[in-house]
Design a protein around this ligand. Structure first.
Ligand code: ATP
Ligand code: MG
Length: 316
C-alpha cells in the first residue's frame, strides 16, 4: 500500500523539498517513483539534481529490483476483475475488467462504449465478493457525454442506492488535450486520497485528433498521447486499479475487403493498451464485443445487451 511521505523520512531530503512535493500532490513514494524526474522538476520548480535524487530515493523505497516470476505470480493474484454486467463479456475478459491494466473499448458511435463505462461506474463500487472493486470511480469526460441521470437509472434498475453511487463517481470535464493531460498527470493524488479503483477516460483520443491537424503535427501528437498513456499505466500498476479508455474508429478509405474501420491513436495507442475490445452493434439492443489484442486472452467474441440496467447478459 502507498505510504505517505510525511509519515516517513526520505533520507537526506530537506523538509522544504518534501513540502514542494506535497504541494503538487506527490504525497506518496509511489506517486514520486512513477513520475519522471524531469516532470517533477517542471511541477515543483526544484533543481534537476534534487528531482533525480528524490525520484531515486522513492524508487528505492518501493522497488525491489529483479524478482522471481513466482513472486510476480503471487502479486498478480492481488489483481481484481470487475463484473461488466454481462456474463459472456466477463468470460472472454477472463473474469472481467482487470486492475493493473488498461482496457480499451473501441467502436463506432452507439456501439456501447459509454454505456459500458456507466455500468462499470456502478459495478466497480460493489464489494469484491460481488464482482466489484469496492472503490470509487474517477471519470475524465472529454466529450461532454457523462450523464449522471443515466448512472442513476442503471443503479436503480439494479436495486443499488443511486445517491451513494453518484457521490463516489468523481468527474472532471476535460476541455482540450492539454487539460486532459493535466488531469491524467494529477491522478496519483486523486486516486490516493479517494481510494479510486477505476479510472475512465471517455474518450482518450478525441481532443488530440481535433487539435493536431496536418502531417507535421503527427509526431508531436503521438508523443503527447504516449505520455498520457504511460502515466495511466503507471497509476494502474502503482495503485492496483483498472483504467478503461474509449476510442472511436476511423474509416480507412483504401480498404478493399474486411473491416474498413480502424481504431484511432495509431501504434502508440495499440501498444499502450493491455486489452483492446472491439464493440459492434448487433440486432436490436444487442452488441458484440471482441477481444482483438491482448497479451493472454484469446480473440473471442461475446454478446451483451444494453437496457435500463446498462450492460446486461444477452439471451441467445
Ligand atoms: P460514441 O462514440 O458516439 O460516444 P458510444 O459507443 O459511446 O458512442 P453509447 O452511448 O455507449 O455509444 O451507446 C448509445 C446507445 O446505447 C444508444 O443508441 C442506445 O441504443 C443505448 N442506450 C442508451 N441509453 C439507454 C437506455 N436508457 N436504455 C436502453 N438503451 C440505451
Ligand atoms: Mg460515447
Amino acid at each position: 500500500m502507498a505510504e505517505d511521505v510525511e509519515m516517513v523520512d526520505l533520507d537526506g531530503v530537506s523538509s522544504m523539498t518534501l513540502a514542494k512535493l506535497r504541494k503538487v500532490g506527490l504525497t506518496t513514494y509511489e506517486a514520486i517513483a512513477v513520475t519522471p524526474s524531469r516532470e517533477i522538476e517542471d511541477l515543483t520548480g526544484m533543481g534537476a539534481d534534487t528531482a533525480q535524487k528524490v525520484t531515486q530515493l522513492a524508487r528505492d523505497k518501493i522497488d525491489h529490483g529483479f524478482i522471481p516470476a513466482t513472486e510476480v505470480l503471487e502479486q498478480r493474484k492481488l489483481m481484481l476483475r470487475c463484473n461488466t454486467g454481462s456474463p459472456d463479456l466477463n468470460r472472454v475478459l477472463g473474469g472481467g475488467i482487470e486492475t493493473c491494466a488498461i482496457t480499451e473499448l473501441i467502436g463506432e458511435f452507439g456501439s456501447g462504449k459509454t454505456q459500458l463505462c456507466f455500468t462499470l461506474s456502478v459495478l466497480a463500487q460493489q464489494p469484491v465478493e460481488q464482482g466489484g472493486f469496492a472503490g470509487k470511480v474517477c471519470v475524465i469526460d472529454t466529450e461532454g457525454t457523462f450523464i449522471p441521470e443515466r448512472i442513476k437509472q442503471i443503479a436503480e434498475a439494479r436495486g443499488i442506492d443511486a445517491t451513494t453511487i453518484l457521490q463516489n463517481v468523481l468527474v472532471a470535464r476535460a476541455y482540450n488535450s492539454e487539460h486532459q493531460t493535466i488531469l491524467i498527470k494529477n491522478l496519483p493524488q486523486v486516486v490516493q486520497k479517494n481510494n479510486v479503483k477505476l479510472v475512465i477516460v471517455d474518450s482518450m483520443i478525441g481532443h488530440f485528433r481535433g487539435e493536431f491537424i496536418g502531417r507535421g503535427t503527427l509526431s508531436d501528437r503521438q508523443q503527447k498521447i504516449g505520455a498520457c498513456l504511460a502515466a495511466l499505466l503507471r497509476v494502474a500498476e502503482a495503485f492496483n486499479l483498472a483504467v478503461v479508455l474509449t476510442n472511436q474508429v476511423q474509416a480507412k478509405p483504401d480498404t478493399a475487403y474486411g473491416d474498413p474501420n480502424k481504431p484511432t491513436g495509431g501504434h502508440v495507442m495499440a501498444h499502450a493498451c493491455t486489452h483492446r475490445i472491439y464493440l459492434r452493434k448487433g440486432k436490436e439492443n444487442t452488441r458484440i464485443a471482441q477481444v482483438i489484442d491482448s497479451p493472454y486472452l484469446p480473440e473471442e467474441k461475446a454478446r451483451f445487451a444494453v437496457d435500463a440496467a446498462g450492460v446486461i447478459g444477452c439471451e441467445q
